[in-house]
Write a protein that binds this ligand. Structure first.
Ligand code: OTD
Ligand code: ZN
Ligand code: ZN
Length: 346
């Protein structure tokens, strides 16, 4: 039985760090294990220009614990007013590693997002030319469309036409939750990849709704039925380089989740690596964990693999981890996978 695993230091290709007190509270949780992360730009107001991204990067670096080695990879929030020249300059300077498409209204702080995709075509064409990836929140916002179908409909209505219109554009479908998305990525030609979160490998919609509503399992895209979770597990553990980790760890204070209209987001930064080791071992794919967390992402983003390593050990005693992360804005509940964690980062 394998009880020790040494892998290249992992990266998180989709992470929410927020700002201010919340940034200071959650950043150490990610920097402890991860070398880099793609930082989501959905602040209020959003990170729209290269100047915004530079200032936000400085705030992240200033919030890092003493001695931490962590490189925040910045993104720009695509709006209908985004200037293609600013995007190109942000890419050329090395500051920005991706641009994020939020359909307006699709998720937390997405009001400034895109309503008419044709309006951003000039930006997308420049991105295709310079090789800057587009990260997408792939859900339609049409009120007619059932929330459980919004990802699959997005593929047909937005993603596929977009990729046909700008074929050279490199695209990451973020936090995929359906077998439809797995199939779409698996059958695509080069230039398309997907991130998968830790929590979508663990929970289905029953975890969210059976026996009482569980606000800490509510996130967007919402967890789907079990067949979809199993398709995500197969994709993540397959070794296919087009699938890699993006935790979408999204902290909200408990008071904002445990309420009549709770915020979406699961906070998984603290125990993600232990959960993933459990998941990959359960699926007989422990040797492919490193690809998912540490190799496939850099390969798609055309960045070097992290030089450092991460050592995981399986121990007889389940590890303990904090139930909550303390924050001046209100404590943040750490994701509970529902099983004991024997794999510990040492
Ligand atoms: N999903 N929560 C948040 C973002 C994501 O769609 C996402 O990327 C958030 O709180 O920023 C969530 O459930
Ligand atoms: Zn999203
Ligand atoms: Zn997210």
């Amino acid at each position: 039985m394998t009880d020790s695993l040494l892998i290249h230091r992992p990266d998180d290709w989709h992470l929410h760090l927020r700002d201010g007190a919340m940034l200071r509270a959650v950043l150490p949780e990610t920097a402890r294990h991860f070398g880099r992360a793609i930082i989501m730009p959905n602040l209020v107001p959003p990170v729209v220009t290269s100047a915004d991204a530079g200032a936000y990067r400085d705030r992240i670096l200033a919030a890092l614990p003493e001695g931490a080695e962590f490189d925040p990879l910045m993104t720009l929030y695509l709006t209908e007013g985004t200037d293609p020249a600013d995007v190109a300059a942000a890419h050329a300077s090395g500051l920005v590693k991706a641009v994020k498409l939020y359909p307006a209204g699709a998720t937390t702080n997405s009001d400034s997002g895109v309503r008419d995709i044709d309006k951003v075509r000039p930006v997308l064409e420049v991105m295709a030319e310079i090789g800057l990836p587009l990260c997408t929140h792939g859900e339609v916002t049409d009120p007619e469309i059932d929330i459980f179908d919004r990802e699959a409909v997005f593929i047909d209505r937005v993603m596929d036409p977009l990729r046909r219109a700008v074929p050279e554009l490199r695209v990451v479908m973020e936090h995929i939750t359906t077998s439809d998305a797995v199939e779409y990525v698996s059958s695509a030609s080069a230039g398309l990849a997907a991130t998968i979160t830790t929590h979508h490998l663990v929970i289905n919609r029953n975890h969210l709704l059976v026996g009482g509503i569980r606000p800490h399992y509510y996130c967007l895209p919402v967890a789907k039925r079990e067949t979809h979770r199993l398709a995500l597990r197969r994709a993540a553990t397959s070794g296919d380089p087009r699938f890699f980790l993006g935790t979408d760890s999204a902290p909200h204070p408990d008071h904002a989740k445990e309420t009549g209209c709770g915020c979406a987001g699961c906070f998984t930064a603290t125990n993600t690596m232990s959960i993933l080791a459990h998941v990959f071992e359960e699926d007989g794919a422990l040797e492919r964990l490193e690809g998912f967390t540490s190799l496939n992402g850099p390969n798609f983003y055309r960045l070097p693999v992290n030089p450092g390593t991460l050592h995981l050990e399986k121990q007889a005693e389940p590890m303990s981890y904090p139930a909550k992360i303390a924050c001046d804005d209100g404590d943040v509940t750490v994701f509970d996978p529902g099983f004991p964690l024997h794999w510990r980062v040492i």
